[in-house]
Design a protein around this ligand. Sequence first.
Ligand SMILES: [Zn+2]
Length: 297
Amino acid sequence: MRSAIIVALGGVALASCVPPETPPPVIAPTPPPTILRDVGPPKRLHFTFEGGLTRGGVVIGSAPSDTARLTLDGRPVEIAADGRFVIAFGRDGAPTARVVATLEDGRAVTETLTITPRTWILENLRSLPKTPLPSAAFETLREPELAAMSATRSMKTTSDGWRQRFQWPVTGRISGWFGSQRIYRGEKGNFHNGVDVAVPTGTPLAAPADGVILLATDRPYTIEGNMVMIAHGMGLVSTFLHLSRIQVKTGDAVRRGQILGATGATGRATGPHMHWGMRWNDERIDPELLAGPMAGR
Ligand SMILES: [Zn+2]
């Protein structure tokens, strides 16, 4: 910079035929001392979201820095130490959702999310549901089964499986879709709360992500058959029904891809298939949205 100034002055001097001026000495100011300290990552002022902002979808978010509390439509949401969190949207619900972070200084950061609607497969039937009337024998068996399933709700586990890319536990033809519903003479049946993949009995079933086994049944349950439930952390739970064989135990930590057992048709199933249901807290969600397109299909 300094040499450029000298050249310019010289040019002016020649053109005006007066002796070139000597530029005044430049005294550089003393730079301020550099203080090295760990300032950490830059602060996040807003939310970020990645994933399916759609019905049945799961979203991984990052909360603004210094978030003390987080809510989705007024309900508390768990936050990891790095500010990441999971939210999900059940099959039916409002077209928008409100996420609010309350910062440590009391300020609130609010984001309104638009949840894309989906269309569901509806099957109108002229018949009535085939479900048999519950017998006394059924009720006797069912009571402890329901108790074991509801006990999993209060089990405390930790897993970082929710941070992973979920994989298909088996590959094959999808034979049942999340959200599909039968309507019997105008009366709505329960919607299908998972995805079915038609595979022969004995097909190895792999964990879709890391997790902790919440329940590995010791006998086939009346409806679910042999069942395995895995907690992936942050309220995300996978459930597999109708297995022919289980090779994990309640409380086991499992890795993504680890074989949990084999598929089958135990319990109330019309044929051998894998039923994979997922929930986030009490919301039923679509596993297909987490696993993505099936390789080779
Ligand atoms: Zn199913």
